[in-house]
Design a protein around this ligand. Sequence first.
Ligand SMILES: *Cc1c(COP(=O)(O)O)cnc(C)c1O
Length: 354
Amino acid sequence: MSSPLSKAIDKFPRVRLGHAPTPLDAAPRLGASLGIELWIKRDDCTGLAMGGNKVRQLEFPLGEAQSRDADTLLITSAVQSNYVRVAAAAGRRLGMEVHIQLEERVPGVDALYRASGNVLLDRIFGAKLHSFPVGEDEPAADASLDLLAQSLADEGRRPYVIHLAPAHPPLGALGYVIAAEEILAQVRSLDLAFDAVVCPTGSALTHAGILVGLRALGETIPVYGICVRRDARSQAARVRKVASELTGMIERPEVFDADDVKAFDGVLSPGYGRLSDAVREAIALAARREGLLLDPVYTGKTMAGLIDHVRSGVIPKGSRVLFIHTGGLPAIFAYGDELGPWLSDVPWDRRVDH
Ligand SMILES: *Cc1c(COP(=O)(O)O)cnc(C)c1O
């Protein structure tokens, strides 16, 4: 890559895992339903193991793992995590053994949730699965992973741990600084000017990476993060922390202003990984208007957030909006028992298809 930021980014070891650039697709029928001009950055098409944003994010930690000659990868996240699924694939591709710690983040889940979707893929990749009973304690999840790494090291393995809590440098966000450069190049070649970018915000690696990347390249376009896990206040604090650390890593400490972080939690209820009618409606609308799949945990919620922003006027009608599709599609199958009955409910069908 040759760009204004490449000198700073090239200092970090990286392995190429994904297909890039991903397409930037117009979504005219879905956009018309919402009253905006909608474009989709197709990061569901990053290639490796069904793609998604984790492919870009993992290029940096796995680069570091390789540079340390690690032979075993450890990672922790939710049961239906896309992160661990892509990590399992990436680790295998680099010849590593993979240990996955699955946290109980979503209450009241069914058997399908535990067996299908990403969990099934983790098992196909032959990852060793460990269970962690707590869902909302990232430092404890990391500490438990470190203990496991220690016992593997005692057995003579060379473990590399991908930590979760923001106490660790946000290497993965570099992947979204690169994505921001990629987006700007596409936007320029299409001769388009966007009024808003909308993306999910969870660990904040995607949100912070895009925000810092755009600002470092001189773009002032607003970036709206739709909360998928925490309330807006704690999420904004997390994005600020990751973003300011990232500006240090890419040696652009001046580009980022704390007021620039927008986090919206109006569609978060009933909580992480749980469906609402707004999310179901967004999934059905994207599928039926555009033939576009969204996932139940992240992109469906983010589309619901975009719909809410247009209805409330935060994003004015007629705006040209870029929606970052971060993938997550295998989870659709793990939510089949919750989505299926809703889809066969006729009144809802009418509501979406009118
Ligand atoms: C992890 C994930 C997100 C959240 O991205 P962060 O970088 O963790 O904020 C969004 N969408 C999908 C599909 C994901 O797997």
